[in-house]
Design a protein. Structure first.
Length: 526
């Protein structure tokens, strides 16, 4: 008998059906991956299994053992949640309570479901953190979420979910925001705990590399319907449904032209230090410093893409900010031969030459401004002589360049706000905003990490087309090896503020010299 049997599940919000007659089963100790793009209904399906959708109308059956979850009483649901079925949410920073320590949040679960109190509950929280590989669990049990790294927060979430030894763990995109090496650590941790306790795992994801490595069975969702399911080998090697084939074929393809000669950006001995509070009485009199980047040398040629890879905390984003002139730095950084130490007028001209596309377009686009204002804002600074009609013409051209609109459909789009666009469209808007001032260099900070695989492929293809059309140079900051393979001419690997290896794409990724680079490459290979 299956541990979980979902039959003809339908989820409706008002008159709209977002999950339509979905059926699947999961055995004890099994690993099922529910895959699909954003909006396919996979997260709604998972949340419905714990009846966490207050505004939704549910129908069908969700049999957990011999009990139908949809017909349980409130008291039965309280026992089920956390005790029998636990869930790891996608973003631990928003799922964890910011005003409680991680220890207190684990203790809460132990008090409710296991009746532990006082020292016993505290010891249980420490043991839960130790179980998931958190270093110094006696210390970290007193830490607040913002005091932990991304990987540590995800481990704390897993510790909380597993504290009461559930029979089923639902993991909703548990590794999306994590570096490749940390991602593999989390997956290995989950698999080890599953083997140790015999729990079943329902994995919600759009990462097909993760599915290939980790799941026994796959169920593919498109627009609320389950279009295909079977063993991982069958679905990945012999997909039957066109949508499944589309997902599998979404790995980025390399279409890169040779770079030009000379250099457009140069960095020599780049160093970035941040002030650091010193403990004890000495901190009253002087400040320490934390070195985020040290001794970095690099060059970027016209039409070239330099991939900068490394884990969180390696210094790659800080280096990008230094290149953009947004943080104070030592050494020498020059854009087109001009350093950032020039006067304000010259610095403004430099900012026109180098623009940035950030990781999360929703947070980098003002929610209060329309599309026309967001994209055209740079023209008001760098080309103030343009009148309103000329600015609008340039905005429409920029939107055409990024494939966001046709001429006859531009007017309605210009009046819309960021929340009215999809994730892929918002990233195109961010690219259009950067392109409108006609820069020579774009700094791309994890430009596709928050996107589905099919949208990721579209954005990478767009960036490649723009590079070939305008001769743009890119500094690509990422932890995704597939993205680097698709776009980069040269690669620079950073670890603990230092460059541990650099060279051509073929040299670094195919013949890595350092063990650290080798681990990054292996973690990113399907």
């Amino acid at each position: 008998m299956s541990l979980l049997e979902v039959r003809e599940l339908c989820v409706e919000f008002g008159s709209r059906r977002v999950v339509d007659r979905v059926s699947f089963s999961l055995d004890a100790g099994g690993k099922l991956a529910l895959v699909g793009e954003s909006g396919s209904g996979k997260t709604v399906t998972a949340l419905s299994l714990l009846r966490l959708l207050d505004a939704a109308r549910l129908s069908g059956e969700a049999m957990f053992g011999s009990n139908d979850i949809f017909r349980m009483s409130v008291e039965e649901l309280h026992h089920l949640r956390g005790h029998d079925i636990a869930m790891i949410f996608q973003e631990p920073m928003t799922a964890l309570n910011p005003v409680l320590t991680v220890g207190d949040q684990i203790i809460e679960s132990l008090q409710i479901h296991k009746g532990l109190r006082g020292d016993a509950a505290h010891a249980g929280a420490v043991a839960a953190l130790e179980r998931v590989g958190v270093a110094d669990p006696e210390l970290r049990v007193h830490s607040y979420p913002h005091q932990l790294s991304g990987g540590q927060r995800q481990r704390a979430m897993i510790a909380m979910a597993l504290a009461c030894d559930p029979k089923l763990l639902i993991a909703d995109e548990p590794t999306t925001a994590l570096d490749m090496t940390v991602r593999m650590q989390i997956l290995e941790l989950l698999d080890g705990l599953r083997s140790e306790t015999g729990m079943a795992l329902l994995l919600i994801t759009h990462d097909l590399n993760l599915v290939r490595r980790f799941a026994d069975r796959v169920a593919v969702m498109e627009r609320g319907r389950l279009v295909e399911q079977g063993t991982t080998a069958d679905v990945m090697q012999r997909p039957r449904h066109p949508y499944t084939r589309k997902l599998i074929d979404s790995r980025p393809q390399r279409e890169v032209l040779p770079a030009g000669g000379g250099s457009i950006v140069e960095g020599h001995g780049v160093r970035v230090d941040y002030p650091k509070h010193l403990p004890g009485i000495i901190g009253w009199f002087r400040k320490g410093k934390f070195t985020a980047v040290q001794g970095v040398d690099f060059e970027l040629a016209p039409g070239e893409t330099l991939g900068v890879i490394g884990e969180s905390g390696s210094g790659k984003t800080t280096l990008a900010l230094a290149v953009l002139g947004l943080v104070a730095s030592g050494g020498d950084i020059r854009i087109g031969g001009t350093p950032w130490s020039v006067g304000s007028d010259e610095k403004r001209a430099l900012r026109r030459k180098i623009q940035v596309v950030f990781q999360d377009p929703l947070s980098s686009l003002s929610p209060r401004l329309t599309l026309e204002t967001i994209v055209g804002e740079g023209l008001e600074i760098h080309e103030p002589s343009l009148d309103a009609a000329q600015r609008r013409e340039r905005v429409i051209q920029a939107l055409l360049d990024v494939g966001l609109t046709e001429n006859d459909a531009a007017e309605p789009l210009l009046r819309r706000y960021p929340h009215e666009f999809s994730g892929g469209q918002r990233q195109r808007i961010a690219i259009a905003r950067a392109l409108i001032v006609r820069p020579q260099v774009l700094v791309l900070d994890e430009p596709t990490s928050a996107l589905d695989v099919t949208i990721q492929k579209q954005v990478l293809e767009l960036l490649g087309q723009l590079q070939r059309k305008y001769g743009l140079s890119y500094i690509l900051v990422t932890h995704d090896v597939d993205v680097v393979r698709a776009m980069a001419h040269r690669v620079m690997v950073m670890k603990d503020s230092l460059v541990v290896e650099s060279g051509s794409l073929e040299e670094v990724l195919n013949r890595p010299k350092s063990d650290y680079t080798r681990r990054l490459v292996e973690a990113g290979v399907a």
